[in-house]
Design a binder for this molecule. Structure first.
Ligand SMILES: NC(=O)c1ccc[n+]([C@@H]2O[C@H](COP(=O)([O-])OP(=O)(O)OC[C@H]3O[C@@H](n4cnc5c(N)ncnc54)[C@H](OP(=O)(O)O)[C@@H]3O)[C@@H](O)[C@H]2O)c1
Length: 252
């Protein structure tokens, strides 16, 4: 895997935190060039500096780049590709639980706005991949196990995650003639800033106690989640697949 990724360039949309940042650290540590995309400038700058520190000191100046913007905006992706000059892989971890709320509390305008802006994001990524990745390149999306274990109030975010998994297969067949691969990772609960922003999960003890209920006895680490995306980037014969990383949570 290391030799397949060394010297490649990956755009990590959502790379300033959590799983995307962990992917940046792993990729840089195996000699890949990394472009981190995120909206918050301070978080992005801090992430760029952390990822720089994960690679060899003698790496090129552009070994780690930060591009500020909304990853669902084609202009942001175009800037990432322009600044990188050459891109082999795209990993999308931009997302979250925006749009959640009970059915009766949702307005048609809010739902249309969320589905419109966030529903477009995978298309923007796939169009950037189709236009800019070389044969052998890959696009990896993120989804979550709530898709198969839905909770009340999550209909809007889950419809977006469901679309991502469907689009993974649709884009995979559409982009296969160009020898591009498209996959997704379906995450269970992974210990990231996003998870720790949820009610009752803001301390190590709380995270450990909640994680102990999983078959493997803990929540996943961001590095474990990210390593699955690196595997999908590196393996040239996997496309249209969704791999679950959930510590066995959906087995029980
Ligand atoms: N952690 C879990 O337990 C879990 C479980 C299931 C699924 N997932 C999914 O896995 C993905 C990664 O989660 P995570 O836990 O790593 O989250 P995280 O720690 O909150 O990191 C998400 C990153 O995405 C960026 N981002 C969000 N929206 C963006 C946008 N529109 N454009 C560009 N960047 C954007 C955020 O930075 P800015 O806000 O500064 O842009 C941040 O860097 C998400 O899609 C999440 O829904 C996570």
């Amino acid at each position: 895997m290391t030799s397949a990724l060394s010297g490649t360039t990956a755009v990590l949309v959502g790379g300033s935190s959590g799983i995307g940042l962990a992917a940046g650290l792993l990729l840089r540590s195996v000699g890949a060039r990394v472009v981190l995309v995120g909206r918050d400038p301070d978080r992005l700058e801090a992430a760029v500096s952390r990822v720089r520190g994960a690679g060899p000191a003698e790496g090129p100046d552009d070994a780690v780049l930060g591009v500020r913007g909304d990853g669902g905006d084609e202009r942001t992706l175009a800037e990432a590709f322009d600044r990188a000059g050459h891109v082999d892989h795209i990993f999308i971890t931009a997302g979250g639980i925006g749009g959640a709320g009970p059915l009766a509390g949702l307005s048609a305008d809010d739902v249309r706005t969320t589905l419109g802006s966030r529903g477009w994001a995978p298309f923007a990524a796939a169009r950037a991949a189709a236009a800019g990745l070389p044969a052998g390149g890959s696009l990896t999306f993120s989804s979550g196990i709530l898709l198969v274990r839905p909770m009340p109030g999550m209909a809007v975010p889950l419809s977006l995650a469901g679309a991502v998994e469907t689009l993974t297969r649709a884009f995979a067949v559409e982009l296969a003639p160009a020898r591009l691969r498209v996959n997704a990772v379906r995450y269970g609960r992974i210990d990231t800033p996003l998870l720790r922003s949820l009610p009752g999960l803001d301390s190590d003890d709380a995270v450990a106690a909640a994680g102990a209920t999983l078959p493997l006895g803990r929540f996943g680490a961001a590095e474990e989640a990210a390593a699955t995306a690196l595997f999908l980037m590196a393996n040239n014969h996997i496309t249209g697949q969704v791999i679950t990383v959930d510590g066995g949570e959906t087995l029980v």
